[in-house]
Ligand binder design. Sequence first.
Ligand code: PLP
Length: 375
Amino acid sequence: MTIPFNKPYLPLVSLKYMVQAARSGTIAGNGKYTELCHRFFEERFGFRKVLLTTSCTDAMEMASILSNIQPGNEVILPSFTFMSAANAFLLRGAKLVFSDTLADVPNIDPVQVEQLITPATRVIVVAHYSGLACEMDRIMELAARHNLLVVEDAAHAIESYYKDEPLGSIGHLGTFSFHETKNIISGEGGMLAVNYKPFLERAEIIWEKGTNRAAFHRGEVDKYGWVDIGSSFLPSDALAAFLYAQIKRFRKIQRKRKWSWWEYHEQLLPLEEKGYLTRPVIPQFATVNGNMFYITLPDKARRDALLHNLNQHGIQAVFHYFPLHSSHYFRDKHDGRELPNTDRFSDTLLRLPFFYKLKQKEIEYIVKTTGEFFQ
Ligand SMILES: *Cc1c(COP(=O)(O)O)cnc(C)c1O
């Protein structure tokens, strides 16, 4: 049996919507399907305003511009994450200050964040790893006390909650990804959620190359022009149409993905009880959104050996992240602090195959193969 790490769910109806978008004669950005997607996310999750982008990385660049980062401003962010936020803030001249994660959950440690705040700090970026919420009350309280902005990297976190609040709606800004490895997809794609009222107008302008075209579109101004900095962050309406097909199946996709998550969770319990591995720790304020399933092993040697063994059995398990603070690009720019929890997650975490059409018997085979490895 060969089980890939990811298998993008591509319902045929995506093509129907894309053809409809093309037939309408306008497939540039901010068309009918873009609007339908925007409406869905705003109504379903109560985001004040959302803007589809060509990636989560792009949404993060918009967040960086909106934060008005000036050279030398400091941004606190996790080291155990993808490099999108780091790049986005570096491009605006920020100084990156990496925080460690908690010991039991690969999410940013609010205690360390507090220690890292200086008069130069402007932004805290949190990433809700695998859709499990960060401790947002503590982060938002720190931000309020020190007058900082909070950006939630919610790339993993669509339809996940902190207490009763949707992730991505709590910070001033939230960024989402529709890359083919995420819950709902458009190949490449993303979204910025703008929750902070003073950013609403400027977000639209940055989105469309620094112009007030969106306001023009609504008839609010009688001509449009260049009014601010920006870039071309909006996707073609053909891609929004592709995404809309996923949105139409959102409930079904999520139901299945959550089912798979809990199936892994339940089937792996006996191996956890024997001390072979640890399943994800779900904080009491967090929910599961079926983004990915990961386990951690007692040490790197066992993680690497299990990874190799699963691969040998046709199971494409993978690991990540290489810590950003010790990456090839950043290690000589880092301030030298050790981030032991980050290093440990990087060394011991293993991601198991996870996708919409993952079958029960595939999960059983993966769990059985994992169990046999420890015999
Ligand atoms: C996937 C991912 C991103 C990047 O998303 P793109 O849409 O590919 O730019 C950013 N942050 C995290 C945590 C991710 O997992």
